[in-house]
Design a protein around this ligand. Structure first.
Ligand SMILES: Cc1cc2nc3c(=O)[nH]c(=O)nc-3n(C[C@H](O)[C@H](O)[C@H](O)COP(=O)(O)OP(=O)(O)OC[C@H]3O[C@@H](n4cnc5c(N)ncnc54)[C@H](O)[C@@H]3O)c2cc1C
Length: 392
């Protein structure tokens, strides 16, 4: 939609071919229905792919400020919460509505329920055969998303057309997604949300970390910190590597502070049992698990627990190792990591280096963002830049 708008504003005649019954469906699900459409904190570390620096020439032409101005002009009043931007209406539907109104104002043709059967490069441009007839055009932009959340329309069905035009893909994997763990204890702690630091290791090498509210599910970990490290886990699992996460259940205490807290709780716990002594420190469901894993009987009198046991218990709480075996898959993922190889795309124009007149925008390219408005920012920016150059 943004690519269509930027092209049409420069005078191009544009047709959007969409196989769903309406355009922009995914936007409605973003940000829990509130649409986190960008983020004030920008930087290379927010974008991932084989070559994250690919985003720089794009953002130089249409970045965070241009995005705010673009949507402001379309009617979106920005509401900022700790750097995260949402429409003041609090409704993702507003973002889709203003885009659709602009498409209408510019006279852009929208063909919904339209299925592409082939895309051919001709001498003068492109021929696109669809369930609604054949379209010819000077330029063609693929803005077909990835494979995440396929019920919104992005199901990878356009990938074969891109491959037939000669392009290659960096392996695609689900990202910003929950992860499954081997340990069976998750069943007993499902539903807990806790401030946890997750450190991800691939073949025993540290790769990435994130801290915040982690959701413990019946088979693993979810929530923003799990999402943030998931793309690395996902890619490594696909390659058959050994993926582990180390969970620090007390990231807000140093090891010394934790020792002091536990010592006070256990030794000055009067007649409390080990289980009772931990109430108020951890969610109730976690306490039996922690004690069991450390072979401390739940009913043990707290003050009988030895200094050595406390030391090893403290070490455990800051270093719970789990084996990650799978992710929630594309059905549950918010984004696709991998995509059209950026080496085959000119980063200044987003035109294919292999086929003149062919452009790419958004998640279909091998760029994925962190959780926090970065994936939409990439979609808007790359869309605007591809549309602008396609209209030249
Ligand atoms: C639940 C959820 C929440 C999210 N929340 C946020 C958030 O708050 N902030 C953020 O920045 N990002 C968020 N994201 C990610 C963000 O929505 C995507 O990265 C972004 O929408 C990608 O834009 P795109 O235009 O590249 O692809 P898409 O939005 O996926 O659009 C691709 C379009 O192409 C159509 N299409 C695909 N194949 C074909 C075909 N063969 N023929 C015709 N049409 C086709 C699809 O139907 C779709 O309409 C979220 C994602 C999900 C799933």
């Amino acid at each position: 939609m943004v690519a269509a708008i930027s092209s049409a504003r420069l005078g191009a005649e544009v047709v959007i071919i969409e196989h769903m019954d309406r355009v922009g469906k995914k936007i409605l699900s973003t940000g829990n229905g509130k649409c986190n459409y960008t983020n004030r904190r920008q930087g290379l570390r927010c974008y991932r792919g084989e070559n994250p620096a690919f985003v720089l020439p794009v953002f130089r032409q249409f970045g965070f400020e241009e995005t705010l101005a673009f949507f402001r002009k379309l009617g979106i009043v920005p509401k900022e919460r700790d750097g995260y931007f949402y429409p003041a209406s609090g409704q993702a539907s507003s973002v889709l509505d203003v885009l659709r109104m602009e498409l209408l104002r510019l006279g852009i043709q929208i063909r919904t329920d339209c299925f592409v059967t082939s895309v051919h490069k001709t001498k003068s441009g492109f021929t696109v055969k669809t369930s609604q007839g054949t379209f010819t055009a000077d330029k063609c932009i693929f803005a077909c998303g990835g494979r995440a959340f396929p019920r919104s329309g992005s199901d990878g069905s356009a990938y074969p057309h891109i491959e037939k035009l000669g392009h290659t893909f960096i392996d695609i994997v689900p990202a910003l997604v929950q992860m499954k763990a081997k340990q069976s204890f998750f069943k007993s702690i499902a539903g807990i949300r806790s401030d946890i630091l997750i450190q991800l290791y691939i073949d025993k090498t540290f790769v990435s970390e994130d801290r915040g509210e982690v959701q413990l599910t019946k088979d693993g970990i979810s929530g923003i910190p799990a999402f943030q490290v998931s793309r690395y886990a996902s890619a490594a699992l696909k390659k058959g590597k050994h993926v582990q996460a180390v969970l620090d259940f007390v990231p807000y205490f140093s090891p010394e502070e934790l020792m002091q807290e536990l010592t006070e709780r256990f030794l000055e716990g009067n007649q409390k049992t080990a289980e009772e002594a931990l109430i108020g420190f951890f969610p109730k469901k976690l306490i039996p698990l922690f004690l069991k894993e450390n072979k401390i009987p739940l009913k043990e009198t707290a003050k009988r627990i030895s200094a050595d046991q406390i030391k090893s218990f403290a070490g455990y709480l800051k270093h719970v190792v789990i084996d990650l075996t799978d992710t929630g898959g594309f059905e549950k993922a918010q984004v696709t990591a991998g995509g059209v190889n950026t080496a085959e795309i000119n980063p200044k124009t987003l035109e294919s280096r292999l086929v003149s007149g062919l452009y790419f925008a958004g998640e279909v390219i091998d760029i994925d963002g962190m959780c926090g408005g970065y994936n939409l920012q990439w979609a808007w920016s790359s869309g605007y830049v591809a549309g602008m150059h396609a209209a030249e």
